[in-house]
Design a protein around this ligand. Structure first.
Ligand code: IPE
Ligand code: IPE
Ligand code: MG
Length: 249
C-alpha cells in the first residue's frame, strides 16, 4: 500500500510522484572502501552503512516508495574474514532488536529473504520476532537479503516444485513463470523497478537474478555510507528519464 499522500510533502518538486518506482532494490556496496579512505577498520564502514540504510528507509516512506529491498549479506560473503562475518551478523542482530520499536511505529513491514537456516539461532530469533511484530503493518515493505544468493534461491524454488511433482500434486506441465516466482523468497513482492548499486561496480553479484529481469539499473560511484537523500534523489531523477520498453518497439 502506498503511504499516505500527506507524507509526500517532502518529495523534491522535480520528481513526478506518478512516475516513482514502486519497488527499489539496492546493492549496498562500498562500506570497506569508505572506511579505508578514512584509515578506519572496515567495520566502521558497515556501521555507517547501517545509518545510511535507516535514512533511506525513512526517505522511502516520506517520498511514497512502497517497497525497498536491500542486499545485506550474500552467500559469497561467508568468504570474508571471520572477524568481519561475526561483526556483520552481530550488527544485523542488534539492528533487528534496536530498530524494531521504530519499525513498528513507522508501520514498516519487514521481510527477510535468503537461506536463514545457516544463521545463528539468536539472529534467526531476532529476525523472526521482528517479522512477526511488523507483519500486519501497512507502510513501506522493507526486505533485507541475508545469506542470499539468486542462484540458490532459484534452486530452492525448483526443489520445492519438484517435490510437488513427485508427490503428484502438480504436473511438470503446470510449471510456468508464475509458479516459479511464487516459490521464490520474494513471492509476495512485485519485481523491482529500479536497481541501485553504489560504489561503481557494474555487476549484480548474484542478487535477485530472476526478479531483476526488467529492472532499470542505476550505478553510482558514491560509496554506500555516503548515499544520502540527495544521491537517492539523483537516482530517482535518472530513473524518471528512462523509457521502459519491456521488449516492445
Ligand atoms: C558492502 O560493502 C557490504 C557488504 C557486502 C556486507 P563492502 O564490504 O563490500 O565494501 P567494499 O566493496 O569492500 O568497499
Ligand atoms: C554484494 O557486494 C553483496 C552485498 C552488498 C551484500 P560484494 O562486495 O560482496 O560484491 P562483489 O564481491 O564486489 O561482487
Ligand atoms: Mg563490496
Amino acid at each position: 500500500m502506498t503511504p499516505k499522500t500527506t507524507s509526500l510533502i517532502e518529495l523534491p518538486t522535480d520528481l513526478d510522484c506518478t512516475q516513482l518506482p514502486q519497488h527499489v532494490a539496492v546493492i549496498m556496496d562500498g562500506n570497506g572502501r569508505w572506511a579505508k579512505q578514512r584509515g578506519f577498520p572496515r567495520m566502521m564502514g558497515h556501521k555507517r552503512g547501517a545509518q545510511t540504510l535507516k535514512d533511506l528507509l525513512r526517505c522511502c516512506k516520506d517520498w511514497g516508495i512502497s517497497a525497498l529491498t536491500v542486499y545485506a549479506f550474500s552467500t559469497e560473503n561467508w568468504g570474508r574474514s571471520m572477524e568481519e562475518v561475526d561483526f556483520l551478523m552481530t550488527l544485523f542482530e542488534n539492528l533487528f532488536q534496536v530498530e524494531l520499536a521504530e519499525m513498528v511505529s513507522e508501520q514498516v513491514k519487514l521481510e527477510v529473504v535468503g537461506n536463514l537456516v545457516n544463521l545463528t539461532p539468536s539472529l534467526y530469533n531476532a529476525i523472526d520476532r521482528a517479522k512477526n511484530a511488523t507483519q500486519h503493518n501497512q507502510g513501506v515493505r522493507f526486505t533485507v537479503a541475508i545469506n542470499y544468493g539468486g542462484r540458490q534461491e532459484i534452486v530452492r524454488a525448483c526443489q520445492a516444485i519438484a517435490t510437488q511433482v513427485q508427490e503428484g500434486l502438480i504436473k511438470a506441465s503446470d510449471i510456468d513463470e508464475n509458479l516459479l516466482a511464487q516459490h521464490l523468497d520474494t513471492a509476495a513482492l512485485p519485481d523491482p523497478d529500479l536497481l541501485i548499486r553504489t560504489s561503481g561496480e557494474m555487476r549484480i553479484s548474484n542478487f535477485l537474478l530472476w526478479q531483476l529481469a526488467y529492472a532499470e539499473i542505476y550505478v553510482t560511484d558514491t560509496l554506500w555510507p555516503d548515499f544520502d537523500r540527495r544521491a537517492f534523489h539523483h537516482a530517482l531523477l535518472n530513473y524518471q528519464q528512462r523509457h521502459r520498453r519491456f521488449g516492445k518497439a
